[in-house]
Design a protein around this ligand. Sequence first.
Ligand code: HUE
Length: 113
Amino acid sequence: MTSSTSAQFPLHEKACRTSSERITQVRPKLPLLRILQTAGAQGETFTLKQIIHYLGEYIVLKQLYDKEEQHMVYCEGDQLGDLLGRESFSVRDPSPVYDMLKRNVTPASVTAE
Ligand code: HUE
């Protein structure tokens, strides 16, 4: 913690030159794909940003959020709850969602550097 950051990460600048055009497409596994399709998604590969968008639409469509505490999502008994392995979560703590995505998407194509 006391050593200097530039000495610890000499390749920092080089490692961060990633182009914004390098968009990674992922392929959702079937149970996740079904949820996305319910929210209007078409096709079989998406960016993570698109997946998050459709999951949000799905939560609104199926009225899974609490009307008084709108950051709370109650997904017990829903396909989304099965995937998350949880009966509820707060949209302010996205970790359960990202853990679920790690388990439920496979890389589809990554543009070569
Ligand atoms: C999941 C997918 C957490 C994560 C990812 C994004 C989204 C666009 C703007 C504003 C939550 C969980 C979201 C903030 C929400 C949200 C809240 C209630 C109902 C639906 C969505 Cl698995 C998600 N996608 C979005 C989520 C969201 N977010 N609130 C972002 C920052 C977010 C949080 Cl892991 O694409 N959001 N939202 C809130 N709007 C919907 C559009 C609702 C507010 C309550 C009343 C109905 C509309």
